[in-house]
Design a protein around this ligand. Sequence first.
Ligand code: CP3
Length: 350
Amino acid sequence: MTGIKKNMLEALRKHEPDHVPFWFMRQAGRYLPEYRELREKAGSFLSLVYNPDFAAEVTLQPIRRFGMDGAILFSDILVVPQALGQRLEFVEGEGPKLEPIRDGAGAAKLGFKNFENTLSPVYETVKKVRAGLIGEGFGSTTMIGFAGAPWTVACYMVEGGSSRDFHEIKMMAFREPDVLEAVVDVLVEATAAYLIQQIRAGAEVIQIFDSWAGVLDSHQFRKWVCRPTRKIVDLVRDAYPHVPIIGFPRASGVNYITYLQDTGVDALSLDTQIDPKWAARILQSSVPVQGNLDPVYLLAGGDALVMAVEQVVRDFSGGPFVFNLGHGIHKDTPVEHVELMVKTIREMGK
Ligand code: CP3
């Protein structure tokens, strides 16, 4: 025991933190010049991800500048399908490209043969970050591990990349649910194993990103978002009962209630569209919440940013809360705007 108080963990355990804890989705990334420099040196995004020295360094970069309460592992949700044998590349300026799975034969090709081997550098990164945080005097910063939820990861696996309307995966869900079920079942097992290994390596909190949870109707939402997530929560909790799990069913509106009830996550990350008064009354009254500043305020800067940050802190001051954004930081965000946001949170949240 170091005796150092970890404010993010305190908030997630519904204890009183000393100040409003904060971290930001995509806090490590292209808006930071030191990230762009290392990314250049690594040659590609994936070689950055699979190099533990580089990935640990990138994880620590924003902490050195801003002293966040949470350090999120630098990796990506799509390393899981890659470790299951699906071909993945990140095309400059276009995003991820995968060899799409469209039928049972495609689903049957997924397997665990190279799974642990592929992902072991990620666990090495977690270890290095934990050691780095302590060594560099950030002992009060909590290490956050993460994975994509099966539904969102399957969206990329079936569509073959980003999508506008998700009709390939929805058609599969409606016409050939058994094929999608096969993919999702593999993802449940893989994701739980991946998260458990992250915790074993030193992750203290887990976030499950379900970025595309909001594209399904309520029945399909229960089936493809809640049910697989519940299985992962149960498996992780069996292994590590005291590690808080944050769920992020982005853009799912009132289905946040269903998600909370059905998955049993410990905390909810709120997207920008959620009404804060509703969320405080309906969600924060039972679990800690995290969120939900519109990341575009960070592009805007100035008084608009300061007032919006103050509003978010006020909106969620009545219960357990971790300040965050409603989605990831935009790559064109000026670093000074992030500084202004952090200063404002610190002044407000004492
Ligand atoms: O938050 C962090 O700082 C930790 C690292 C992290 C990344 N991706 C790094 C990344 C995390 C938690 C993610 C999660 C992720 N990845 C999600 C869920 C959250 C969300 O944004 O909705 C999703 C959907 C992905 C898939 C993904 N990765 C896409 C669609 C893209 C391309 C879009 C883009 O922003 O360029 C990525 C690439 C990616 N992942 C980058 C980073 C820093 C940019 C890569 C680069 O350096 O070129």
